[in-house]
Design a protein around this ligand. Structure first.
Ligand code: PLP
Length: 408
């Protein structure tokens, strides 16, 4: 039996649906982000990154790099095992204290990624509550969906950000325990959950709340605590989940919650128990990023300024930006072929890297370019991006959306 044919057939299907993914081989240069080298088939080329989730450029911040290097030199590279077997490295304990403080919670627990933190925490929390019904937003990230599935109990999906539907489901559930799981900022459309209303409903119907702040921590709120901090509802949410891999520029995921929740997840969650802890150098660098962003507003302010500028320039140029109030700049293409072609042309002809976003990350027919401005993108880079997009849109016969002055 030649097993490879199964895999070749699966790959052929992706090619047929025009959603086979190709990754660019990139090398960032610390201090020059968003500039990077693309190791193209024809050799190295200088390109500008416009789709990194290192939203604030903290991955190249001197304090973050120094903390990582100093710690690795001092204590070595790896963590040496799972925490259950090898104990805990001190920089990891310090990071958990930093995270608990960031979110105003009694405790925090670190995982090897945001993905793992959702997958294992949601499942563990729901399993520990007898007869728990999970109410999950329809657009929740795959890591949350996996957590909900692994919980194994009953679940209901409420229409995205639809509070009337959520309330309907809460009423229908009656007196049983309920866990509402949602994100604060949905990263493909850039829209925000009505967290205060979700907390009101949770209070009214006695539900527990779990909120993924992966695309908001570091970037929103006076200390970078996320949308919940910005909206003044952090203390009303039971479990806040986040990543260290986006605005904090490092790697890892976490939950912050009451001491009882954190201790229970620590004690029962397989995704925590059975895997090696994050390296101490990574923990130290994440702590440096969090600490910096608790007091520095420059990155957050400049980030919002850059996102607003990109949206304004692209809208003026007629590029079809999906409107939202956050830092994400989604540009609708609506076809997997054209999305890939647009991405290829931007890279090859303009030295601009924006990965195409296809199904299953977004629904079919809503394929898009997802642009993520950072504080490191200058006005000149923004103008060059707009010119490149207009050129590519014309080459591919995609519609530009010129607005009349009267229409604003
Ligand atoms: N939650 C959401 C909403 C995400 O978009 C992602 C990843 O992009 C994750 C969780 C996973 O986080 P991480 O990249 O740290 O694994």
């Amino acid at each position: 039996m030649t097993y490879d044919r199964f895999f070749s057939a699966a790959l052929a299907l992706l090619h047929e649906e025009r959603r086979y993914r190709v990754f660019a081989d990139l090398e960032r240069t610390a201090g020059r982000f968003p500039h990077a080298t693309w190791h193209s088939p024809d050799g190295p080329r200088s390109v500008v990154l416009w789709c990194s989730n290192d939203y604030l450029g903290m991955g190249q911040h001197p304090k973050v790099i120094k903390a990582m290097v100093d710690t690795a030199v001092r204590v070595g590279a790896g963590a040496g095992g799972t925490r259950n077997i090898a104990g805990t490295n001190h920089p990891l304990t310090q990071l958990e204290a930093e995270l608990a403080d960031l979110h105003g919670k009694e405790a925090a627990l670190l995982f090897t990624s945001g993905y793992v933190s959702n997958q294992t925490s949601i499942a563990t929390i729901a399993k520990l509550i007898p007869n728990c019904l999970i109410l999950s937003d329809a657009l929740n990230h795959n890591s949350m969906i996996e957590g909900v599935r692994r919980a194994g109990g009953e679940r209901k999906i409420f229409r995205h950000n639809d509070m009337a539907h959520l309330e309907e489901l809460l009423i229908a559930a009656g007196e049983r325990p309920k866990l509402i799981a949602c994100e604060s900022l949905y990263s493909m459309d850039g829209d925000v959950a009505p967290l205060a209303k979700i907390c009101d409903l949770a209070d009214k119907y006695g539900a527990m709340t779990y909120v993924d702040e992966v695309h908001a921590v570091g970037m929103y709120g006076p200390r970078g605590g996320g949308i919940a901090e910005r909206d003044g509802v952090m203390h009303r949410i039971d479990v806040l989940e986040g990543t260290l891999a986006k605005a904090f520029g490092c790697l890892g995921g976490y939950i912050a919650a009451s001491a009882a929740v954190v201790d229970a997840v620590r004690s029962y969650a397989p995704g925590f128990i059975f895997t090696t802890a994050l390296p101490p150098a990574v923990c130290a660098s994440a702590s440096a990023a969090i600490r910096h962003l608790k007091s520095s507003h420059w990155e957050r302010d400049h980030h919002q300024n850059r996102a607003a500028r990109v949206k304004a320039v692209l809208n003026t140029a007629g590029v079809p930006v999906i409107p939202n109030d956050t830092h994400i700049v989604p540009v609708m293409v609506g076809s997997p072929e054209k999305c890939k072609e647009a991405s290829d042309l931007l890279l090859v002809e303009h030295g601009i890297y924006i990965q195409p976003i296809n199904y299953p990350t977004v629904p079919r027919g809503t394929e898009r370019l997802r642009i993520t401005p950072t504080p490191c993108h200058s006005d000149a880079l923004v103008d060059a991006l707009a010119e490149a997009l207009v050129d590519v849109w014309r080459q591919l016969g995609l519609p530009l959306r010129y607005r009349t002055l009267a229409a604003g």
